[in-house]
Design a protein around this ligand. Structure first.
Ligand code: AMP
Ligand code: FE
Ligand code: FE
Ligand code: ZN
Length: 298
């Protein structure tokens, strides 16, 4: 049974509509998808339809943008963007929907600021960015990248990320007006969902020595109700997986694996590249009280 629990569509920064993603998943022999677009539930209805049409199981989800400020084991203050996967929350929960709306709106202002900064050096307008997305989609840097590609400045998304958004780049503005991970976990749990930390320590995290892992911070999130960690993900190094697995084992947490697919041209990640064990999905479904999976018998 092939289960991929983190997939994007054009409801946020994926390049393909839900129906295309499900067709591709079926062709690749997958059995279950969680569609987890950034900070929105606008993909849920179309996902349920595509699930019924293709016969694949669906776990409705959201990838919630958060920003953490914490003191690391190294004694330094860290400010980092963290993504929280929410599985099977009640999509009509007022507090959750309100916070997602706030995030989506703050993303627009932040993306306009990023666009203004880039426009000083490259031909780029806000309309160019809007032209890259479906109406109502959650905006993110990938839409800016797509606009720069469309304007002929770069060949693909990845090149823009590499060349414009390096550490300390003048073209980068963080997502500041978003919940911290603890608030996101509490919102998810109050909405009957299950919170799983997306791609922990991904993107080339290289601790100088073992003590540099943010153990106290992660344990504070577990205390706040974090249910699991996405240990298997194309961008998580094999070097950090043993530490994550040890943490999840000690706290008896859910371990997931997912592709973080963003469309064929969105990112190199392929559907089903990393997968989740059926018993772990069963734990997610058993814990959730907010909504039900679609077309799924384990
Ligand atoms: P944002 O949330 O606006 O800061 O944008 C981050 C998003 O950009 C992530 O969710 C990924 O989908 C995407 N992303 C990050 N790095 C890359 C990359 N190297 N190539 C393509 N997309 C990327
Ligand atoms: Fe994304
Ligand atoms: Fe993410
Ligand atoms: Zn993602």
């Amino acid at each position: 049974m092939k289960i991929d629990l983190h997939v994007h569509t054009d409801a946020s920064d994926g390049t393909e509509p839900v129906s295309v993603v499900f067709d591709r998943a079926k062709d690749l022999g997958l059995d279950v998808l969680a569609i987890t677009d950034h900070d929105t539930v606008s993909h849920w209805a179309a996902s349920a339809e595509a699930s019924e049409r293709t016969g694949l199981g669906l776990v409705p989800g959201i990838e919630i943008t958060t920003r953490a400020v914490f003191t690391g084991e190294d004694g330094h203050t860290h400010k980092v963007g963290m993504h929280m996967l929410a599985y099977l929350p009640d999509p009509t929960n007022v507090a959750l929907v309100k916070r997602l709306d706030e995030t989506v709106n703050s993303r627009i202002i932040r993306l306009q600021e990023i666009t203004d900064r880039i426009a000083k050096d490259y031909s780029l307008t806000w309309q160019d960015v809007l032209d890259q997305v479906q109406v109502g989609a959650t905006l993110g840097r990938p839409s800016v990248a797509d606009a720069l590609v469309a304007n002929g400045h770069f060949v693909e998304r990845g090149e823009v990320f590499e060349k414009l958004w390096f550490k300390g780049s003048p073209y980068y503005v963080p997502n500041r007006e978003v919940p911290d991970p603890r608030e996101a976990i509490e919102l998810i749990n109050a909405a009957g969902g299950v919170a799983v930390l997306a791609h922990p320590l991904a993107r080339g995290y290289k601790p100088a020595h073992e003590n540099d892992y943010p153990q106290a911070h992660f344990e504070s999130l577990i205390e706040a109700g974090l249910a699991g960690f996405e240990v298997y993900h194309p961008e998580i190094g094999a070097d950090v997986q043993p530490w994550l697995l040890d943490l999840t084992t000690r706290h008896d947490l859910i371990v997931t694996g997912s592709s973080d697919y963003h469309g064929v041209t969105g990112k190199p990640n392929e559907l089903g590249q990393c997968t989740t064990a059926p018993e772990m999905l069963e734990r997610i479904i058993d814990q959730a009280t907010g909504s039900k999976p679609v077309n799924l018998e384990l």
